[in-house]
Design a protein around this ligand. Structure first.
Ligand code: SF4
Length: 722
């Protein structure tokens, strides 16, 4: 065990803040400031500061568990691994390899994501693998690939933000999700730039804005089209840029011109003068950016919605130029790297496509297998979860807690219960692990080394800082042991650096080329942006800024994609007259499997709540703190009312970190985007009831709150321009 400070990165979100970890004499681990990492410059949010508490939590798993007589009991590692291998072998023999499902996570390191994808395809031979990152950024990834030929969350470093002229932030609440990143927006304003925030709620981030637009949930696509219409009508198109660097403008322009500002106002609830103000702020400076997050992305039209924002950037010449561009604020810790190296249903390492014969040949050669032995693409995350207990009979799950985080969660829970066999690797007994037949206790971030790739596309080295407790093993060791038991004795090293060396070769020549990156370089340089090909000399500097010379399409031009408004999959009606949107709070992370084990975080955010407007609360007869029920076509959730004027009267908000009766994802709609297969987490129709009168219909009264007049009044205020 090291006694000095080990520089590493936070285990949670995609900002991957730098921190130092020092083991203390009493066995705990101290977190201290690491000022050399330029993203957070030492600042950490409460989650990062308290992350070591999970390492020594009294609920930490330190022994494998197997189900006996209906209950989970401790077992040896050999007993647990033998049991998993026996089930995988039997089910594959009886039902074929696609009866075996694998589900990964956006928090897994690059090495684990790579090894898990290889394990599924080489050892199990199954096509049925996907991961929870599908629920995070897949719409932005699909739209970015269509437009630019390449998906990297941010095509520029965060440090460019303060130097641009205007940022339109769409559906992102950085103040709660990534607090240290808020300083980039503060510095933008200090430098004379402007901030436009688009969010149905007046969040702590929206309070910082020069202009806050509060559209009705599910209408961001129409809003972006309305802005593009105004750009054209006001003669603000950068014609020279469009002619030289893009294709497809004629069709995209025609689609936008069908979205008159007054029509867009009717759809979104955002008044036309506010739309004009946003266009002015975006177009007047020399450079500007659009940044999206889960708000526009987690919709059944998320790909088109992001595409509309990209079109706005392209028409105004704000992409592939210094200090300008479109970027996605990826959410999970390794949401970026996790989508590059093969745990996605349609993908091989290096961001290669599983359907591309040349990609299959290259990766199969690195893996030492016949390209024809590799299965084809499988189901997307929700479709895979929905198929559990039908043709998928067994599931191996790593780094995910879908009982809390999947849409239509009660149904997903039922599907998990219907499996013949479920094996889960986790650090604590998550709500999903509670359902398992075998639970394997695994190491955590500070106890193992590995790389992650931040939302900037910066590959980072997390270093082992402490010795793991007795009884736990790493996910890589688990895969090696299982591969061995299933007859594949080579190709699954447990040493992360050895896995990374193979990943480098597998990614070489791909879009996400890591071949020029090594652990040594990462330790020395603190991070390297991909693509970073090895080349002949091995000294490629990495690529902090993409697209400055050309886009990654065949002809080097960015592609406009014509898109049009369409309603959410579920619109309000007499029975379900209110819209639900979901999101996060600052003191909890994703399904809360880890952060709900930290006393300080629980004290700050002890449970779910239903945020609603005073007018809606008055109609319901609900006071602050009263339990209210939110009911959708998929189920019912109950949580205390939190009454605020910072939300539209036609909308309620629930955070999604908790299980049980307050589980927000009981309500959410699994309607999928046709391209990205992203579920519609961000908007569904609900009714809200006081719990004492849960079965009495308040729907009609609540429906009155959804009138456009209320909505416009609640949001869309202009904050004093800086
Ligand atoms: Fe960790 Fe994200 Fe908080 Fe930074 S902002 S400390 S990476 S959770």
């Amino acid at each position: 065990m090291q006694n000095s400070a080990t520089p590493t990165h936070c285990p949670y979100c995609a900002l991957q803040c730098g921190m130092n970890l020092t083991p203390a004499a009493d066995g705990t681990v101290e977190v201290s400031e690491r000022a050399d990492f330029p993203v957070n410059r030492g600042a950490l949010c409460g989650k990062g500061r308290t992350a070591p508490a999970v390492l020594s939590s009294r609920v930490r798993l330190t022994s494998p568990l197997v189900r006996e007589g209906g209950v989970l009991v401790p077992a040896t590692w050999d007993e647990a691994l033998d049991r998993i291998a026996a089930h995988l072998t039997r089910v594959r023999a009886e039902h074929g390899p696609d009866a075996l499902g694998v589900f990964g996570g956006g928090g897994l390191t690059n090495e684990k994501a790579y090894a898990l994808g290889k394990f599924a395809r080489v050892v199990l031979g199954t096509s049925q693998i996907d991961y929870n990152g599908r629920f995070c950024m897949s719409s932005a990834a699909a739209a970015g690939t269509k437009a630019f030929g390449l998906d990297r969350g941010l095509p520029f470093p965060l440090e460019d933000i303060p130097r641009t002229g205007c940022v339109i932030l769409v559906g992102s609440n950085l103040a709660e999700t990534m607090p240290p990143a808020l300083r980039f927006l503060t510095e933008l304003k200090e430098n004379g730039g402007t901030l436009v925030v688009i969010d149905p709620r007046r969040t702590r981030t929206a309070e910082q804005a020069d202009l806050h637009l509060a559209p009705r949930p599910g209408t961001d696509l129409a809003l972006a089209l309305g802005l593009l219409h105004l750009v054209v009508a006001e003669g603000r198109v950068d014609e020279e840029y469009v002619a030289e660097r893009t294709s497809g403008w004629t069709e995209a322009r025609a689609a936008a011109m069908a979205h008159w500002p007054e029509y867009v106002e009717r759809i979104t609830g955002v008044p036309v003068p506010r739309l004009r103000e946003a266009v002015r702020m975006f177009c007047e400076p020399e450079a500007a950016m659009v940044l999206t997050a889960r708000g526009p992305e987690q919709q059944s039209k998320g790909t088109d919605t992001v595409g509309a924002w990209i079109n706005l950037c392209l028409a105004t010449g704000r992409a592939g130029r210094p200090l300008s561009g479109y970027g996605c604020l990826t959410g999970q810790g390794n949401g970026q790297g996790g989508r590059e190296h093969g745990q996605k249903a349609d993908q091989l390492p290096g961001y290669r496509k599983l359907t591309d014969p040349e990609a299959r040949r290259h990766v199969a050669e690195v893996w030492g297998v016949d390209p024809d032995s590799l299965p084809g693409p499988g189901r997307s995350a929700y479709e895979l979860l929905d198929a559990l207990g039908t043709d998928i009979r067994t599931l191996l799950l790593m780094g995910s807690n879908p009982v809390v985080s999947a849409p239509r969660a009660a149904h997903v829970e039922e599907r998990l219960r219907s499996l013949e066999f479920l094996a889960v690797c986790d650090v604590v007994l998550s709500e999903t692990a509670e359902l398992a037949d075998v639970v394997l206790p695994v190491t955590q971030w500070a106890e193992e080394s590995g790389t992650t790739t931040s939302l900037e596309g910066r590959v980072l080295l997390r270093r082992r800082a402490i010795t793991p407790p007795d009884g736990v093993r790493s996910d890589l060791e688990v895969l090696r042991e299982l591969a061995d038991r299933l007859g594949v004795e080579k190709g699954f090293p447990a040493d992360p650096e050895e896995v990374f060396e193979e990943l480098r070769r597998a990614s070489a020549g791909g879009l996400a080329d890591y071949s020029g990156i090594s652990y040594g370089r990462l330790a020395e340089e603190g991070g390297v942006f991909w693509p970073c090909p090895a080349g002949d000399t091995g000294d490629h500097p990495g690529t902090p800024r993409l697209f400055l010379d050309r886009f990654a399409t065949e002809d080097g031009r960015a592609r406009f994609v014509p898109v049009s408004h369409r309603p959410a999959a579920e619109e309000p009606d007499d029975e379900y007259p209110v819209l639900l949107t979901t999101g996060r709070v600052v003191a909890q992370y994703q399904s809360g499997a880890q952060t709900r084990r930290v006393d300080e975080l629980n004290a700050a955010a002890p449970g779910p709540f239903v945020e609603l407007h005073p007018r809606l609360a008055a109609r319901l007869g609900a006071a602050e703190g009263d339990p209210v029920a939110v009911v959708s076509r998929r189920g019912r959730a109950v949580a205390p009312a939190r009454i605020t004027t910072g939300i539209r009267p036609d909308t309620v908000f629930m955070p999604f970190h908790w299980p049980g009766e307050g589980r927000a994802n009981t309500l959410t709609n699994p309607a999928l985007d046709p391209t990205s297969r992203m579920p519609e987490f961000k908007v569904c129709a609900v009714r809200v009831e006081t719990v004492s009168a849960a079965d009495t219909a308040n729907a009609a009264e609540a429906g009155e709150a959804a009138e456009a007049g209320d909505a416009v009044e609640a949001g869309n205020a202009v904050v004093a321009a800086s």
